[in-house]
Design a binder for this molecule. Structure first.
Ligand code: NOJ
Ligand code: CA
Length: 666
């Protein structure tokens, strides 16, 4: 029978807290208060309660505690700067105060250390267990009791242990039955926050679920036998995090999740290189091409060479081919793939040699269909083969239920995804994971884990009702808080009814009358900036870019970002972001279903530098004709203000290139 250890009643008020167990952030605004008498925590901002006393704890089969003895409380603080090989911001500051509370149960010989941290951009805590034997975890008891659930608005996807490819709901917290994280909220007083987790290893993912008592609490993805996790006696859980800010865009600036992860375990990171890429991909989602060999096969030698030429001519570093390897006939069925053997019409050796000759990176793609045992069995051999071919990037996929009834986000899934990361690191391979486990900042420790999907990406526009402009204005404040996303932006042929009219095309994912991307062209361009990914795709068929004046943006764009500034925005309404790469800046702005004009000071630009701003904007008629756009060039400095006018579902993208660099005329 399940016994509970660390079962903590949630009743104490902050006033009851032992003064030695209250922790405040360096700026004094965020307070985490732990009450050892009731074993609850509370969170306050500027002295106002944000999270009422809420339980902490874990339940396991082997042990039952009648109570802990309150032991030593230790305090420390840190203020250090660190750098990462790539990221939205390469240089970061890790500035926090920490409190550890040691608890002991002598009878059961179990120790529990609660490690709390308070940062200026949020709070976090984790459980460090020390039991004599391994534990069978049956529950995590962490609660999130918002001070005012009815008046706190939230944005989240439903809690689901198999997929994150779900629509957002904007709901008062009181109406949330279950939610995945990041779980973003705004209180009546205008405090913005987001609940998530950091450093998820060997433990299932946490969703928030309202329990029988009506309390929003952690719910861990189970294994097929209903157990949440099997762990050794000495174990440290992921961090539970709450990011906090005064404005919605403050959440985007927060580096809390990365700061809570360990430094890189990859000593030489010189081979980790952000890239722009194109690929044989969108045609399959439109149904005009297929993954399997035959007359409509996408990944043919001829097509591959054409893509490599296009990449070389357009300053694009990588090319991806899906459907190059044998086994796609089994996708959705027995899910048997060969991860090293190409189809007969894909001359892998020749393509790899041609890519090398042209200075273009060849990517591999491995769709598992959820057949984890077979993928793991072939992994070493396949990765060795990729490395031999000079491949440094792999896109993986998990479109299909895991064999054995395991859930994607369970402890089994988390461990599998991690095994792939570590194996890939040994072969010098960067990863782009689709149908992934959510990002919890492990890219700091394993920087070959470049990007992942983990939300509804572009593909949904090909075979479903699609992604709305409001969805795209929500993404930066929810999913993207966790880390980079391979959304695969940049469809220029917005009305693809021509492709849909092709009589031979395959409707591989059910009937669909939708033939239009739900944004303007300028917004598609802006998404290359807004949706950060160190591996950034131009996702359309390359023929739709050939000779298109607006594709100039992607040629000028640099995926190797140094710094990001979230300039203005409101969740679900609009967003303006700027990113610097070298001495160039790129700005992306987007709106929801409303037309919008924003004044954006260019004070983020370097002082004293004259830039050529090339503005890719909605045209006056973009509301009715979303492919309409205008390109304007002008000289600007950091003293100027840009007026950003966007059509409904529109956007704007700008490149700022120092004038001395502008050797080519547009
Ligand atoms: C789903 C992925 O998100 C998509 O990018 C890929 O093309 C298909 N699975 C096939 O692997
Ligand atoms: Ca997907």
């Amino acid at each position: 029978m399940k016994k509970t250890f660390f079962l903590f009643a949630a009743a104490a008020a902050l006033a009851a807290c032992h003064p030695s167990t209250v922790l405040t952030s360096p700026d004094g605004r965020n307070t985490l208060a732990f009450d050892p008498a009731t074993m609850t925590y509370a969170v306050l901002r500027d002295g106002d309660t944000l999270v009422r006393p809420s339980a902490l704890g874990i339940a396991a089969r082997e042990v039952s505690f009648s109570g802990f003895r309150f032991g030593t409380v230790r305090r420390t603080s840190a203020d250090r700067e660190w750098s990462q090989p790539w990221g939205e911001n390469k240089h970061l500051r890790d500035h926090y105060r920490e409190m550890t509370v040691e608890l002991h149960n002598i009878e059961d010989r179990i120790g529990l250390t609660l490690r709390f941290r308070a940062y200026d951009d949020g709070v976090a805590w984790r459980y460090e267990l020390d039991a004599p034997d391994s534990l069978t975890v049956t529950d995590e008891l962490t609660e999130f009791r918002f001070a005012d659930e009815a008046a706190t608005l939230s944005w989240s996807i439903p809690g689901n242990f198999e997929t994150y490819e779900l629509q957002y709901r904007e709901l008062p917290v009181a109406e949330v039955a279950d939610a995945n994280t990041p779980f973003t909220f705004r209180t009546a007083r205008g405090i913005y926050g987001s609940i998530h987790e950091a450093a998820l290893y060997d433990w299932p993912e946490m969703v928030l679920r309202r329990d029988g008592r009506g309390v929003l609490k952690a719910d861990l993805a189970p294994l097929p036998d209903g157990i949440k996790a099997y762990i050794p006696g000495r174990f440290t859980t992921p961090w539970r995090t709450i990011q906090l800010g005064d404005k919605a865009v403050d959440l985007i600036h927060s580096s809390l999740i990365l700061n809570l992860n360990e430094p890189s375990k990859i000593a030489d990171t010189s081979w980790l290189k952000p890239q722009k890429y194109v690929g044989v991909w969108w045609g399959m989602h439109l149904g005009t091409q297929v993954w399997t060999m035959g007359p409509r096969h996408g990944a043919t030698t001829e097509n591959a060479l054409r893509h490599i030429d296009f990449a070389a001519a357009n300053d694009i570093q990588g090319v991806l081919f899906e459907g190059w390897n044998r086994g796609w006939e089994n996708w959705g069925g027995s899910q048997h793939f060969d991860y090293a053997e190409p189809y007969a019409d894909f001359d892998l050796e020749r393509i790899a040699a041609y890519a090398r000759e042209k200075g273009v990176e060849l990517w591999m793609h491995a769709e598992t269909g959820g057949n984890i045992p077979e993928f793991e069995e072939q992994m070493e051999r396949a990765f060795a083969r990729y490395a031999e071919l000079g491949v440094h990037t792999l896109k993986t996929g998990y479109a299909g239920g895991f064999k054995g009834g395991y859930l994607h986000h369970s402890q089994y899934g988390v461990q599998h995804y991690q095994r792939v990361v570590e194996t890939a690191a040994r072969y010098g391979i960067m990863l782009d994971v689709h149908e992934p486990i959510k990002e919890t900042g492990i890219r700091r420790t394993w920087p070959n884990m470049m990007t992942r999907e983990g939300a509804r990406g572009m593909e949904w526009n090909a075979w479903s009702e699609g992604n709305s402009a409001e969805y795209l204005c929500t993404l930066p404040f929810v999913r993207l808080l966790s880390g980079p996303m391979d959304y695969t932006p940049g469809i220029f042929d917005l009305d693809y009814s021509r492709a849909k009219a092709d009589p031979g095309r395959i409707e591989w994912n059910g009937p669909n009358g939708h033939c239009r991307i739900k944004t303007t062209l300028a917004r598609q361009i802006a998404n290359w900036v807004i949706i950060y990914s160190p591996l950034q795709m131009a996702a359309d068929l390359i023929e739709n870019y050939e000779g298109h004046p607006a594709f100039r943006f992607f040629r000028d764009f640099d995926a190797d970002c140094d710094r990001s500034e979230a300039l203005q925005g409101e969740i679900g309404d609009y967003i303006v972001l700027a990113r610097r790469a070298g001495d160039r800046w790129f700005l992306g702005a987007g709106t929801n279903g409303e037309t919008r004009t924003l004044a954006q000071p260019l004070s983020f630009l370097d002082d004293g530098v004259a830039y050529t701003a090339t503005i890719y904007a909605d045209a006056p008629d973009s509301g009715e004709n979303p492919e309409a756009y205008r390109i304007e060039k002008r000289t600007v400095t950091s003293a100027d203000t840009l007026e950003i006018t966007m059509a409904a579902r529109g956007g704007q993208a700008v490149t700022f290139i120092p004038e001395k660099q502008r050797y080519e005329t547009f």
